[in-house]
Design a protein around this ligand. Sequence first.
Ligand SMILES: Cc1cc2nc3c(=O)[nH]c(=O)nc-3n(C[C@H](O)[C@H](O)[C@H](O)COP(=O)(O)OP(=O)(O)OC[C@H]3O[C@@H](n4cnc5c(N)ncnc54)[C@H](O)[C@@H]3O)c2cc1C
Length: 400
Amino acid sequence: MSDLNKNTLYSDVVICGGALAGMTLALAFIKNGFNVVMVDPKTVKDLINFDKRTTAIAEGAKNFYDTIGVWKKVKRFAEPIKIIKIKDGSSKIDLNFDCKQFEDNTNVDSLGYVLENVHLLKQINSTIEGYRNKEGLIKRIKARVVSIDSNNLNSKVILSNKMEISSSLVVACDGKHSIARNMMNIGTKSYSYKQEAFVCTILHEKRHDNIALEKFLPGGPLAILPMKKYKNMYRSSVIWSDGREVSKSRYNSSMNNTSNIESEIEDHCKDWLGKVKVDNFKALFPLELTMPKSMIENRFILIGDSAHSIHPIAGQGFNLTIRDIKSFVEDCHKRKSLGLDIGSKIFLKNFERKRILDITSLVRSTHILNKLFENNGLSVKFFRRLGLSAVSRSKIIKKI
Ligand SMILES: Cc1cc2nc3c(=O)[nH]c(=O)nc-3n(C[C@H](O)[C@H](O)[C@H](O)COP(=O)(O)OP(=O)(O)OC[C@H]3O[C@@H](n4cnc5c(N)ncnc54)[C@H](O)[C@@H]3O)c2cc1C
C-alpha cells in the first residue's frame, strides 16, 4: 500500500463494508499476499456491540476458517449440532437427522456449529490485526464509500472523509441494501416475505443435547439452535420468523415483560428444554429475498448479502458467502501469480459463471421451502410431505 499522492491510497483491493463478509474476505486476501483497504462507517467495536446473533456454520465454512487461522481461536465458543429435528407444526411430520446415521459416511462428527457472531467478528479482527502490525498489508478506514469510478486501468473510490483510494478491484460487502451496487447501476430483484424474524437468546432448565429444532408453523419457521453454556447455564438461540405484526408484537412485548414470549417458546420445547428464560438480547430482522441482476461490473464485484440476501430458514446465507469468498480468493491468487489483472471484466464474468449454479440453487430451494410451509392448503400439505421425505433421503443436510 503506498501514498504517492497525499490524499490517495493505492492498494490491490478496496472492500466497501467491513462486517462478517468484508472482514472474512479481507483476511483471506491478505493471507494470499494482497494489499487491502477496508472501508466501513462502523468500527469493529460498533459491530460487536450491535450484532448479538448466532450463525450456524457448516462444515465447509468451518474448514475455510481453519485455513485462514480463525477456527482454532473460535472453536471453544462453537457448539456442535449433532441432531436436526424438523417438525411440521400442522401435519405432525417429524424428521430426525443424526450425524451418526449417515449410512455412507462414518466421519461426520456434527451437522454444523452454532457460533455467536461476536466471537467470530472479534477473532477475525484479531487475526487481521496480526497482519496489520507485521506487514502493513491492510488498513481499515472509518468512513463511507461515496463514489466509485472505474476505467480500464484502475478504480477510484472516494470516501466520505474526502480520501481517495486507487485499486485494481472494488468489492462491495456493504449488505443487502448495498449503496456500492447502486453506484454501479446494478439493479436488483426483491421479494418481501412479509415476515420478520424475532431473534433472541434463551436460557433453559434442561440440556439441549446438541439438538437443533426447525419447526414449521403457519406464520413461518421457528428455529432453536444449541449454544455453548455460559456461566453454567444452558443456552439456545431462537430465530422465529412470522408475520410482521406478530413478530413486532413479540419483540415489543418482550422489551417490557418476557413472560409471554417465554411461555410461547415453552409451548414448542418444554418437554425438551424445560423452563425457558429470555436473556437480554432480542432483535428483529425484516425478511426479504434480494438478488442483483449481475454480481459484477468492470473492476467491481458483489460479495456477501450485497450478492444474495436470502431467508434464514436454513441458516445458509453466510455459508454461501464463504463458498464465494473461498473460490474468489483462490482464483485471484492464481491470476496474480501469473501477473494478470484481478479487475478484468472477463475474469470477473467467468467467476460469476462458475458460482451462479450454487447460488441460484440455494436461493431457489430456501425460497421454495419457505413458500411450501407458508401455505396450508391440502395439495400443499401433500407436496410438503413429499418434499420432506425427499429431504430425509437426500444428502442435502450433510452437504451444507
Ligand atoms: C435472523 C438471521 C439469522 C441468520 N442466520 C444465519 C445462519 O445461521 N447461518 C448463515 O450462514 N447465515 C445466516 N444469516 C445470514 C447472515 O447473517 C448474513 O449473510 C451476514 O450477516 C451478511 O453479512 P455482510 O457482511 O454481507 O452484510 P452486513 O452485515 O449487512 O454488513 C454490511 C456492512 O457494510 C457497511 N456499509 C454500509 N454502507 C456502506 C458504505 N457506503 N461504505 C462502507 N461501508 C458501508 C455497514 O456499516 C456494515 O458494517 C442470518 C441472517 C438473519 C437476518
